[in-house]
Structures are given as C-alpha cells and as structure tokens.
Design a protein around this ligand. Sequence first.
Ligand SMILES: C[S@@+](CC[C@H](N)C(=O)[O-])C[C@H]1O[C@@H](n2cnc3c(N)ncnc32)[C@H](O)[C@@H]1O
Length: 217
Amino acid sequence: MLTDDTTEAYWGPLHRDGYHGDYESIHTRNQRAYRTGAAHGVEPETLFRFDPKDKLVCDIGAGGGWDAAACLGAGAAMVYCLEVNDHLIEMGRTSLCKLGVCPVRFRWIDVRVDDMEALPRFHIIYSRAVFMHLPLPLVESYWSWTTRHLKPDGETHFQLFQVDGHTEFHNAAVRMPDAEAERRMADCGLVITERREIRHPHMEPVWTIYECKKGAT
Ligand SMILES: C[S@@+](CC[C@H](N)C(=O)[O-])C[C@H]1O[C@@H](n2cnc3c(N)ncnc32)[C@H](O)[C@@H]1O
C-alpha cells in the first residue's frame, strides 16, 4: 500500500482548503508548464534534468499535474500522475484535457484505490516535494515499488528535503543523516548515480535531487 490513514488524514483537509489553489490557478500553472516547462516559474533545468521525449514517465504526488504538463509539452509519450485526492485528480484531468493533450498520453492514478502493482515499467519516475511529507515506511515502500517499476535502463529523479546534513521525512517528525537516508535507498534497490543540491535565488536551499538506477536483482 502506497498510502496510509495518517497521510490521508493530513492531506484530506489541506485539499478541502484548496492547498494547490482553485481550478483556474491550477490550469494557469499547467498551461505555463505545458508551454514553457516552468511549472513554478523556475527554469526547468534547475530542478529535474531529464529529457522526457518519447518516454513513459511517472509523477509521484503530481499535484494538479504541472510537472506532468511540462513533460507532455516536451514530448513525453505518456505520463502517469499519482495522487490521493478525488477533487485534485478531477481538476488535473480536466486541465490536461483542456490543454488539448490527447487523453491517451496521460493517466491519473488514485493511489488509494488503483492497483499500483499493475502499473507498467517506466523510463522515468520522478517526485517533487512529496517524500518529505510521508512517513518513512511509506517512502521506503515507494522506493521499493520504484525499483520494481523501472525499465532496465530506467531512472529516478527524486527530490529530498535536507537541512544541515540531515534528510527529513513525515513533516520533520523523522530526521536522519543524509548517509542513512541514502543507505535506505540502496536497501530498497536504488543505485544513486547523481546527487545534486539545488541552489536558486527563488528556492530555499533545502532541496537535493537524487538520480538513481535500479540495482542488479
Ligand atoms: C507538496 S505537494 C507537491 C505537489 C507537486 N509534486 C509539486 O511539487 O508541486 C505533495 C503532493 O503529494 C500528494 N500525496 C500525498 N500522499 C501521497 C501518496 N501516498 N502518494 C501520492 N501522492 C501523495 C499530495 O496530495 C500533494 O498533492
């Protein structure tokens, strides 16, 4: 299971209060991302450095679909958007349709009800600003799931929240040395190929991107 009661108790009220904004603001963000690749007004190469063209891509914790829209605008073959809230999923789906993206090029997955094991193997699995919020066992379940759902030459691009040499999970309730977080990734079958700290004037200096491949099984 890639969600749990505490996660749903946390995100349910936030989404009811419009955590990501109303439909119009989500659609505006998606439109910008689709056209320019910049979902949050930060140049795309600042964050994720992958080329989604012709690739099968998975976005863990897709929000309203802006990073997925950027991938679709850049020619991804298809993007799977994983989320946990009906209303958000509906807004994301409507928005991507309204952008004129062919509906066979994206699929919204409700992590609470859809069969996650049945999803295909991806070229690229990425996640932005999600793992810092989840309980550690859930993050490790996601990392293991990722290992099972990467194509042999597939890659992950995971953003982790790190302060003073420590990685945070579950909204800072869990904190560990970065090396310990990296050991846990390895235990889940991921081989780190690049670790890149994100430094940008419009972003807090707390984000690190981990690019990984899956280890030999
Ligand atoms: C801080 S937002 C980040 C959204 C987007 N990735 C971004 O960077 O703008 C975290 C998102 O993760 C989603 N989420 C929470 N638990 C999840 C889970 N178990 N699986 C997938 N998504 C989840 C939330 O609903 C929320 O939209």
